[in-house]
Design a protein around this ligand. Sequence first.
Ligand code: ADP
Ligand code: MG
Length: 333
Amino acid sequence: MKLDVDALRYLSKEDFRVLTAVEMGMRNHEIVPAELVERIAGLKHGGTYKVLRNLLKHRLVHHDSSKYDGYRLTYLGYDFLAIKALVNRGVFSSVGRQIGVGKESDIFEVATEDGTILAMKLHRLGRVSFRAVKSKRDYLLHRRSYNWLYLSRLAALKEFAFMKALGEHEFPVPRAVDCNRHCVVMSLVQGYPLVQVKQLQNPDEVFERIIGLIVRLAEHGLIHCDFNEFNIMIDDEEKVTIIDFPQMVSVSHRNAQMYFDRDTDCIFKFFSKRFHLSFHYDKDGCDDSDSNLEENGRPSFWSIEKSAGFLDKELAASGFTRKDQDEIEKKLA
Ligand code: ADP
Ligand code: MG
């Protein structure tokens, strides 16, 4: 989706006031009745209706009259609210080019007042490729009834909280700068997603480092759950950075082992295919340092000493609660 931030400049205080009123109304209405928007916005002389027409023209709200006359925010409207809040807070001052399109996100460069470039990730749950969801029917069934804006906000909050906590434990992740609504601001990673890297100086070393990260995450009680060549960035020094955290789960999750093995498998398959690494397990050479490897040379989930709940405190400190985790898991599982 194109993000035409130019329109941001043309929006008046009243426009934002009404846009915010629609957002507030959406806390308990899927479609917010126009009278409710008017009541919350509190503009004089029916001014709300004129403003709503303007917001509609800029596609910041969607008009729905199927059941009653009402409005809901579009993703663009939600983007504008988040961007404005972050600009007001001084987190950045302008939005630049788009640098990534994920399955369920758009990533842009943003610039701070002093010219530092950061990355801004806008979560877009509900914009899923059919391949990525359990079943098309299931998806279509829920497409309308889910509150995607709410879930996107939860995903952003989770991503921000995990990125911050992981950074504090010295995992190689982008620096978590700030978060508002469905938007996460983080440092810009230099380098490329591993999927684009055709050659490495030291594929063995990079491989070991990546597998080491999966193991260390598990030791901290966590599984990434989408650990693959799209979510690992490599720079010119072959330094690794992990990104994309909304789907992480605890090692105490009932499917933890399956997720752990799937993450590990992805990396083994990718390195074997792209860099022709072969993985032979040498039984004779087995010493203590190899003791958490299985016969196929994969790290074994059960022999890792895990401290579940280790990051809970840090996560809660960012405002992401266990209840949020349960809710997001239930909806996205
Ligand atoms: P999704 O959850 O939609 O997969 P990601 O977080 O994986 O989103 O981001 C999608 C793409 O955007 C990545 O593959 C990467 O190319 C780019 N990207 C994401 N975060 C950053 C960042 N902090 N710095 C540079 N590029 C990034
Ligand atoms: Mg990704």
